[in-house]
Design a protein around this ligand. Structure first.
Ligand code: ADP
Ligand code: ADP
Length: 237
């Protein structure tokens, strides 16, 4: 196996009395495309958040305890430079009611403060990221007037503005039609070819997992299987 992008040692997450994840030992090769599949509540989002260096307990009330460790490129996630990791959150239905333009959303990936004004350099970088996912023409479009697939591509562009080496996506094809979905994967794969980035993607879709991923990680509070996509694994579900 070549260089590792992510490694975890007996990683666990507990919310109060509830053990959401336990005994996670993962070695994810650099440049791989990993699909994370598992039932609702399996801990998929929690795992991504931990790898992002977010303490999942801070996301809402309730005590979260982390045991074990996760290393991303040999560093503790908290010490990672922001440019290293890109994150595409799950699209929620209310996202489109947020009064913003696509370009503003992409620029927000470059800084902490909301972009009430956008400098020429920021505009250039954001437009390049939109162009990278075939969405440059959407720059001045309000979110409320984007289709599901267009909104996902804008979110993808937001995660790409810093050209991350590790890209994490939470159900990127939710609310996207088949054409939009094919488009989304085409752009993802192009980014991976061009950058050599590692991709971790949560999905419910076995078909997409086996088509696009180099590895399928079956998760249900712990790792059930971590394999190249194969019939044996698919038949279990
Ligand atoms: P998945 O993404 O696989 O659907 P999640 O990672 O969102 O699962 O959640 C795993 C379990 O942990 C669920 O039972 C969820 O309710 C619980 N959970 C997630 N976040 C928190 C939190 N901040 N506080 C308490 N419980 C949580
Ligand atoms: P998912 O997209 O995985 O289905 P949810 O909609 O269940 O996520 O949860 C959204 C957010 O709420 C997440 O940040 C998760 O950590 C948090 N969360 C989930 N379940 C609980 C819970 N039981 N108590 C507190 N926070 C939770």
């Amino acid at each position: 196996m070549g260089a590792l992008a992510v490694q975890t040692y007996d990683l666990g997450v507990r919310f109060g009395d509830f053990q959401a994840l336990y005994g996670i030992n993962l070695e994810i090769p650099q440049g791989s495309f990993v699909a994370i599949v598992g039932p609702n509540g399996a801990g998929k989002s929690t795992l991504l958040k931990v790898l992002l260096g977010l303490d999942p307990g801070n996301l809402r009330d309730g005590e979260a305890r982390l045991v074990g460790r996760a290393e991303v490129f040999g560093q503790a996630p908290k010490a990672l430079p922001a440019s290293w990791v890109g994150y595409v959150p799950q699209v929620k239905s209310f996202d489109r009611s947020f009064p913003a333009l696509a370009l503003e959303v992409v620029v927000s990936g470059l800084r902490r403060a909301w972009p009430f004004s956008i400098g020429p350099r920021e505009r250039e970088v954001a437009l390049a990221a939109l162009a990278q996912v075939g969405a440059a023409h959407l720059a001045e479009r309000p979110l409320g007037r984007l289709s599901g697939g267009e909104l996902q591509r804008v979110y993808l562009a937001r995660s790409l503005v810093r050209q991350p080496k590790l890209l994490m996506l939470d159900e990127p094809a939710t609310g996207v039609d088949v054409v939009g979905e094919a488009d989304l994967y085409r752009h993802l794969e192009a980014y991976q070819r061009q950058s050599g980035a590692t991709i971790l993607m949560i999905t419910h879709d076995w078909e997409a997992a086996s088509h696009h991923a180099s590895h399928v990680l079956l998760l249900n509070r712990t790792v059930i299987a971590f394999d190249p996509p194969g019939l044996a694994l698919r038949h279990e579900c």
